[in-house]
Design a protein around this ligand. Structure first.
Ligand code: FES
Length: 80
């Protein structure tokens, strides 16, 4: 299985509650973790976040953000 390295964030209208955002890129229900990381030697798991109020969120998919799981615009920067 190949890791999905998206180039743009997934923008969602998030609802309150605890959410687990995929950091391995293998989930079939991005941006959320579906447990797939447990079956692969990827060395990362989801980031758990408590959402306290409804909000539009941009979830990083390029894996270069400095503030995971949220997009910080790093996908717009050229590769080093
Ligand atoms: S499936 Fe990617 S972190 Fe769980």
């Amino acid at each position: 299985m190949q890791r999905e390295d998206g180039t743009r964030p997934i923008v969602i209208d998030e609802t309150p509650g605890k959410k687990w955002y995929c950091q391995c890129g293998l989930s079939q229900r991005l941006p959320y973790c579906d447990g797939t990381h447990k079956h692969h030697d990827v060395g990362v798991g989801p980031i758990a976040v408590e959402i306290t109020e409804p909000a539009t969120k941009a979830v990083c998919q390029c894996h270069r953000t400095q503030g995971p799981p949220w997009c910080d615009g790093s996908h717009r920067m050229p590769d080093e």
